[in-house]
Design a protein around this ligand. Structure first.
Ligand SMILES: C[S@@+](CC[C@H](N)C(=O)[O-])C[C@H]1O[C@@H](n2cnc3c(N)ncnc32)[C@H](O)[C@@H]1O
Length: 488
């Protein structure tokens, strides 16, 4: 892709979308704005739409790209617009804002690029460190390694606005909007919610990211921090499908479902565990071909049966694939166990592992260099429990599966999966039923953010009190059973 385009996060908003956005925003405005500002205006799609929809408003735009500024000027009514070339990061926003009359509307579509993305293109479209020192929130964003440029810009604008009443309406990633809401909340200066409208970014920008038209007000006195953010399915929707809200300082994705399932919040018992981590798949993962176990190099492998365990990977678990012929060569039965024991206990395995030792030694993660030869992680008594309920941490769905012993051996999961372990089938089946219940699905769905890279995390799974849920479901079933017996 064009490096210049990536560096400047340059995805110009199509005029149709800009018009639809300005229509939605205009409907939410308490009064006609006297000024519309677009901080990174590009060729001015939003200002042009605002010129038509919000007559009388003074239009102000800035962009780093001079050619865009020239084009934007050409598109706008000269008597009430001013567009200038400026770098957002060095711009004196306090002064620019002070020169604009109220009511003020800030509109736009800040650059779609992360600091890591800039690293790839060699671009340096970043804030100068001295520019934000001391500004709480901004240094935290920049200090976080990889951050969205638009997140930094939004927080910078909120800072520059101080207590100035304004409506801010921007297209941005849903994750950026959520983080900005959180930052303002943590600073004790919550933004006044207007709403968020889902944008089909694939259709409009050819970019597959979850994005919103994100609208809020600044400078509103006494904002209730518990106030919810209505979320609309698209720009045409007038009734929200869900809402965001805070609970104990934590931002929650679907507030309605969240509060309905709050009684299930607690700590899961048994504990959710991750599967086995080894980073040596070609050696330790075997598949069956032509009646033989074969490794990732295609070599036929014959080992002591005690070293082999039926293996399920994320794709098996998420797609509920039945019995794939896959085995894991497990080198340890506990964290840090001396693998030398295999010399005598499993000589074929020892010889096989030794022959491929270079692959183990080349593993990049430092956790391995500190451990024993052939060491693995995520191994403990739970690994050998005969019954497990598992979910994939890679796929974006709460699809739980039950695994019992195969060929008398416990099934093990890879490190992209999470699982609960049980000694008996009855408890495992009850847990599976509970996890597949609408209550559990509501609990998880209201707390998950699907646009995150790995939305299903241990902390989320662990937050559901499984015992309480199982008990309440059993109570419900027995109440039902009693009422159907008594005919009530
Ligand atoms: C996603 S585009 C959106 C343009 C316009 N707002 C629109 O919606 O059509 C981002 C814009 O930000 C501009 N930009 C990128 N980095 C900038 C910076 N540091 N200062 C000012 N403008 C910048 C780009 O030139 C580009 O026009």
């Amino acid at each position: 892709m064009d490096a210049h385009r990536v560096t400047f996060g340059d995805w110009q908003t199509p005029p149709l979308l800009a018009r639809a956005v300005v229509d939605v925003v205009a409907r939410t405005l308490p009064e006609m704005p006297r000024a519309v500002l677009e901080p990174t205006c590009g060729v001015g799609a939003f200002l042009e739409a605002a010129a038509a929809r919000l007559p009388g408003a003074e239009l102000r735009g800035y962009d780093i790209n001079e050619a865009y500024v020239v084009e934007a000027r050409r598109r706008l009514p000269p008597d009430r617009s001013r567009v200038e070339t400026a770098d957002f990061f060095t711009m004196r926003w306090e002064e620019a804002l002070a020169s604009l009359p109220s009511p003020l509307l800030i509109l736009g579509n800040p650059p779609w690029v992360t600091s890591a993305g800039l690293g790839v293109t060699g671009g340096d479209n970043l804030p100068e460190k001295t520019n934000f020192k001391g500004a709480r929130g901004l240094d935290a964003i920049t200090g976080s390694g990889n951050f969205d440029i638009s997140e930094w810009m939004l927080v910078r604008l909120i800072d520059a606005l101080q207590d100035r009443p304004a409506t801010v309406a921007l297209l941005c990633k849903t994750a950026v909007a959520r983080r900005v809401i959180e930052i303002a909340h943590q600073r004790g200066r919550p933004l006044a919610p207007v709403g968020a409208w889902r944008i089909d970014s694939t259709y409009h920008f050819g970019a597959s990211v979850d994005a919103w038209l994100f609208v809020f007000r600044t400078g509103v006195a006494g904002v209730d921090p518990a106030q919810e953010w209505p979320i609309f399915a698209d720009l045409g929707a007038t009734v929200p499908t869900t809402s965001l809200g805070f609970d104990g300082g934590v931002l929650v994705g679907d507030y309605g479902r969240y509060t309905r399932t709050r009684h299930l919040a607690g700590v899961s018992s048994p504990e959710w565990r991750s599967g086995v981590k080894h980073d040596c798949a070609r050696v330790v993962e075997l598949v069956e071909r032509d009646g033989q176990w074969r490794n990732g190099f295609g070599e036929a492998v014959t080992l002591e049966p005690e070293s082999l365990f039926p293996l399920r990977k994320s794709s098996d678990v998420a797609n509920q694939r039945a019995n794939p012929a896959r085995r894991l060569v497990l080198t340890q039965s506990a964290l840090g166990e001396d693998t030398d024991r295999l010399r005598l206990a499993a000589p074929l395995t020892w010889e096989y592992l030794s022959r491929h030792r270079a692959h183990f030694d080349a593993r990049k993660s430092s956790i391995y260099s500190r451990g024993r030869a052939f060491s693995m992680f995520g191994v403990g008594p739970y690994t050998f429990a005969p019954w497990k309920v598992a979910v994939s941490g890679l796929y974006k769905r709460f699809a739980f599966s039950l695994y019992g012993p195969e060929d008398g051996r416990p099934v093990v999961l890879d490190d992209t999966c999470y699982f609960l372990s049980f000694s008996g089938e009855a408890a495992a089946s009850a847990a599976l039923r509970a996890l597949r219940s609408p209550e559990a699905q509501d609990f998880f769905e209201s707390r998950v953010f699907w646009d995150e890279k790995r939305p299903i995390r241990k902390t989320l799974l662990q937050a559901l009190d499984l015992r309480r849920l199982t008990a309440s479901l059993e109570e419900g079933t027995s109440t039902l059973a009693t009422s159907s017996r008594t005919g009530s």
